[in-house]
Design a binder for this molecule. Structure first.
Ligand SMILES: [Zn+2]
Ligand SMILES: [Zn+2]
Length: 84
């Protein structure tokens, strides 16, 4: 017997609205990573994960560069050094 899972009643934004929200956050943060100040590869991070009831509210969103963002999602921060 097949069961179709009901979609969760969360308020997920459609891609278009999310894109606009993202732009809004980037603008608010001055198009800079809020950790290191970089202007490259900016991404928007949910401070509280959506899976933990984090909302798409702008208070829950922050601008980070790809590097800082990735580091933040790692269980522990390891800085790699190239072999010399
Ligand atoms: Zn950064
Ligand atoms: Zn993130």
């Amino acid at each position: 017997m097949k069961r179709i899972k009901a979609k969760r009643p969360g308020q997920r934004l459609d891609p278009e609205s999310y894109g606009q929200l993202r732009k809004q956050i980037l603008q608010r943060d001055g198009w800079r990573c809020q950790v290191c100040g970089s202007r490259k590869d900016l991404q928007v991070h949910h401070k509280q994960l959506r899976s933990q009831q984090g909302s798409d509210d702008d208070l829950n969103l922050i601008t980070l560069c790809a590097g800082c963002h990735e580091a933040l999602h790692r269980p522990c921060f390891i800085s790699f050094r190239s072999n010399q």
